[in-house]
Ligand binder design. Sequence first.
Ligand SMILES: [Zn+2]
Length: 272
Amino acid sequence: MCTTGMIADAVRAVGGQQVQVTTLMGPCIDPHLYRACEGDVHRLASADILFYSGLHLEGKMASLLAQMGDATYAVTDSIPRHLLRALSDCDDVFDPHVWLDVSLWMYIVPYVRDILSKHDNEHADFYAARATDYLNRLQQLDHYVRVRAAQLQPEQRVLVTAHDAFSYFGTAYGFQVVGLQGISTESQAGIKDIRKLVDFLVDQNIPAIFVESSISQRSLQAVQSAARARGFNLTIGPELFSDALGQHGTPQGTYVGMIEHNIDVMVTALSR
Ligand SMILES: [Zn+2]
């Protein structure tokens, strides 16, 4: 059992036909707000192995996850702490959105391999070979994002999104990232913040801002209206996938497809 689709993809890639993988949170579900229902509790408790993301991503499930058995693993435990982004003044509270930097997410693959091998040592070689394949695939993906990002001028690489999920992405691939809910702590962005943001977009000539699949786009529409009122043609770019995969059966329904989709639509919208 895996909490998010990104984790489930990695476990499926490594485990192949030796594991049966279930994802707790479906497409477009916000993991920060997800509360487990009673049925979920039974499903979690009956899993042989439970993988969750950690770093407080599953914020409303903390006490429940703490009650689960020994075979419960936070995949982000595999990432060296010095590579994590500390939030505000608390040293041990980190930004959980590590999967948006492919090179960071690669750390979880050997970790998943080791956990599966520990529980099913008979197939350790099988898991090792598949983990190597998946790491190669992710290495190519990381390279792809770098090549695509380099098609934008450095000053074009500005990413305005509804919530502050893309900081690791920005650091890894050279984007300046502005999260609207990161600017305002209230759920609805304040008038002053919107004006400040519009000033910034007009000054820097940034043609597009982005919606995320799991977040309401109302505050971004307010930014767009304010920009248009000043005669600046601001586009709300195609949906980005930040905290959840897209629908099953679509390219964005896999981790690799989600990352490719994000960089492709960013490059198209920002190179206008
Ligand atoms: Zn998030």
